[in-house]
Design a protein around this ligand. Sequence first.
Ligand SMILES: Cc1ncc(COP(=O)(O)O)c(C=O)c1O
Length: 397
Amino acid sequence: MPVPLLDVNAQNHPLEAEFTAAFTRVFKSGIFIQGPEVTKFEEEIAKLVGAKHCIGVSSGTDAILLALMALGIKAGDEVLVPTFTFFATAGCVSRLGAVPVFVDSCPICFNIDVADARAKITPKTKAIIPVHLFGQSADMDEVMALAKEHGLFVIEDGAQAIGAGYKGKGVGTLGDFGTYSFFPSKNLGGFGDGGALVCNDDKLADFARILRAHGSKPKYYHHYVGGNFRLDPLQAAMLSVKLPHYAEYTAKRQANAAYYTAQLLKVKGIVQADPAHCQCASKQDAALAAAEAKIVLPVGYEHNKHIWNQFTLRLIGEGKRDAFKEFLNAKKIGCEVYYPVTMDQQQCFADTPEASRQGCEVAHRLAGEVVSIPIYPELSQAQKDEVIAAITEFVSL
Ligand SMILES: Cc1ncc(COP(=O)(O)O)c(C=O)c1O
């Protein structure tokens, strides 16, 4: 039985009547830029994550760009970003002429290694962008402490983690800005591109709203250079249809992760990452060697509400990940490598100062070891068992 990595139709088709009604409502309103649908959706998102303000924007990428612009990040500034992330996190920094300084990652939670970030601070460092990778929060106490100590802005890239939590708070609400993506593969997946940013500061929110529409206030009077970063009302209306179901989607992802973990831990050679080794690759390596681990399962930390945008395995041993990927492909089980090349190794950043690309060894290893398997809420029991059977077979080869 084929198991796709993601099946957007399985989630969207049951809501067809509601989506059609939302489309008809916007169609009949004749309001296709901003307006009540966007405002309503922004209020819903602010409530979902526990933020004072939400600003709907055109994508998760534009949310990061807009946050950086609103915070005044400019040419020559340095911004700390995890090297193991999607391109947008670093790309937006570069687009403003600022320098992305690449930070290593934790082999347990895959998030930014704050000790490495600390070591890379210079007088030019202006901000840090923790990414809540794969749906789990970065270590925000440590990030916020570092930011406070050095007067840095914090932009939380929550593209993969809307509705995830850190010590009881919604991710995205702890820094100066939090950003989200509604790209169709995200947990709150839209019908094309879309995104949002949140913040708790009235003035910053107001400024971001001005920059979202070309920096004009009043209309046609430009005190600032902004862009067109608006979220379409049609997109907002469609996403609003999904929101009442979001808690259920998350619960199903969490249940799938728990099921995979319980079943796969019965298999010799499969272990789960140990939170006690967070941000400590050497301890983790010793434990994996002692356990003769072939596959490492991801772990959600107790203080985090992990929303499992991805369920990402590590395949230990040279060439094992690629062999595993081929093995799953042959069985028509979807999988994907997020991410095969770290940001410090991207061609487009080859001209950044060498110091900004140092010391990302853990991330380099992760890029060669990780692979994400299907975790979407609508997976059937038979599909999950098929995935587990395939992994079990591979380990015993
Ligand atoms: C970590 C991260 N940041 C930013 C983005 C950019 O979001 P979008 O695709 O909506 O522009 C993504 C989406 O893939 C992402 O995964």
